[in-house]
Design a protein around this ligand. Structure first.
Ligand code: SF4
Ligand code: SF4
Length: 189
């Protein structure tokens, strides 16, 4: 959701309960990278990284439902343990998470949440979030080998015809054809 903070405030002003979907953004927030994971682990070694997101949400008084996709038994156990304790973040932990989130976001070139709202309308059946994710990785790693291996796939960014269907469906208004064009040739800028 765009501007989720404002949306939350509007719902709260009307006294309505808030249900949160994609609380770890389809798994993208399950790991924030070595540096930021280490900062959270140092503060709370026994907490999983996703549990920080749940605990932050627990501190919002109007949130009455937190949804989380789970694909393994380990994730189910971790989530059950987190919600059994129902332990929201302290003020210090909230400040730490805010700092970690700011650092993490500054490293991401494109704020794609992998929601896939763009994918249905693509006439070329391009797996758009997969390629945006690669763009973000290359932005950090400049790994030419990773780009070459990815470009061997049958449907790659060169298939994009620039119709703009994806961008019109994207909640983040991401210029998908622009990034696919950048991915079509090395070096990816
Ligand atoms: S602009 Fe490219 S990626 Fe977007 S819907 Fe059209 S063909 Fe697909
Ligand atoms: S490009 Fe936009 S619509 Fe597509 S997956 Fe990313 S955030 Fe969602």
């Amino acid at each position: 959701m765009q501007d989720a903070k404002r949306q939350y405030e509007i719902i709260a002003q009307h006294g309505l309960p808030v249900w949160v979907m994609e609380s770890v953004r389809g798994g993208r927030l399950a790991s924030l990278g070595e540096r930021y994971d280490a900062m959270l682990k140092q503060a709370k070694p026994d907490w999983s990284i996703p549990s920080w997101a749940f605990r932050w949400l627990m501190g919002l008084p109007n949130v009455t439902m937190i949804l989380s996709g789970m694909t393994t038994m380990e994730q189910i156990r971790d989530n059950v343990a987190t919600f059994q304790k129902g332990e929201a973040l302290t003020q210090e932990q909230q400040m730490l998470l805010t700092n970690v989130a700011a650092g993490y976001q500054s490293r991401l070139a494109v704020p794609c949440t992998a929601c896939r709202y763009c994918c249905d309308g693509c006439p070329e059946h391009i797996d758009i979030p997969r390629w945006i994710n690669l763009y973000n990785e290359l932005h950090l790693t400049h790994d030419k080998g990773a780009w070459e291996r990815a470009m061997e796939e049958a449907i790659n960014p060169t298939a994009c015809i620039g119709c703009g269907q994806c961008t019109s469906h994207c909640p983040q208004s991401i210029d998908v054809p622009g990034y696919l064009s950048k991915l079509s040739a090395w070096p990816v800028s």
